[in-house]
Design a binder for this molecule. Structure first.
Ligand code: FPP
Length: 235
């Protein structure tokens, strides 16, 4: 029986829009509340001894939302990254952004670099934020990087293995998630870490992301700890 807390938890923070709609608020107010929930969850996860948390903040598909919502989300990310400079220091958190960073505005890219560098020596939990992230896009970008190396002669076809391929993904150096949590009752993974979630346990919470809290988080961890993980082997 699996007894340890998960080392790495991936979270799809879904339901901000519905949360806002139910209260007759603009969708971006839902996202703002969602960002607050995230900070609360990060603090709690660190207390529980989780080593890595990876959250889906903005997908490559999210660009097709109305301009007002996209602009709102980008501004929220700007504020969030800035506030995290202090948050990282106070809680000794390491921050890393995964996704196609080059597709983001130049000022955001600079902020990302600063937050990553500033927090790189911290010894607490590592928080990975997926921005302009798509799982298939990540695989294609990895194939491009690997192919460049092949063409240069730095890698031979026979050497390609799962481990070698993984070293070209955005998540190189990060162990794969043990547990994936999605809120809002949707039973999909929506292009979030398709390679990395191959053997992860999934937990679906009914509540909308802004309503997710410490108690819900503990329920997910308890459910995970009750499961038997076999990695394809028989018992
Ligand atoms: C899904 O809810 C959520 C998103 C597309 C964005 C997630 C962003 C946050 C939680 C806040 C910002 C994050 C950071 C790191 C600052 P939805 O809009 O798809 O909700 P719906 O399915 O109810 O419409």
């Amino acid at each position: 029986m699996e007894r340890n807390v998960p080392q790495h938890i991936a979270i799809i923070m879904d339901g901000n829009g519905r949360w806002a709609k139910r209260r007759n608020l603009p969708r971006n107010e839902g996202h703002r509340r969602g960002a607050e929930t995230l900070r609360k969850v990060i603090r709690h996860a660190q207390k529980r001894g989780i080593a890595y948390i990876t959250v889906y903040a903005f997908s490559t598909e999210n660009w097709s939302r109305p301009k007002e919502e996209v602009d709102g989300l980008m501004n929220l990310l700007r504020t969030y990254l800035k506030q995290n400079l202090r948050f990282a220091k106070k809680e000794s958190l390491k921050f890393k952004i995964i996704g196609d960073i080059q597709g983001l505005d130049a000022d955001l890219q600079a902020q990302i670099k600063k937050l990553e560098e500033d927090s790189s020596q911290n010894v607490g939990m590592q928080v990975n934020i997926a921005m302009n992230y798509g799982g298939r896009d990540e695989v294609i970008r990895a194939i491009r990087k690997m192919s460049e190396n092949l063409l240069k002669g730095g890698l031979h076809i026979q050497e390609i293995s799962e481990e070698v391929f993984e070293s070209y993904l955005d998540t190189a150096q990060i162990p794969e998630p043990d547990l994936m949590i999605r809120t809002s009752g949707e039973l999909r993974t929506s292009n979030f870490m398709p390679w990395q979630l191959a053997y992860s346990e999934f937990y679906f919470a009914e509540c909308l992301w802004p309503d997710f809290d410490e108690k819900q988080f503990d329920l997910a961890i308890e459910a995970y700890m009750d499961r038997r993980r076999r990695f394809g082997k028989s018992e």
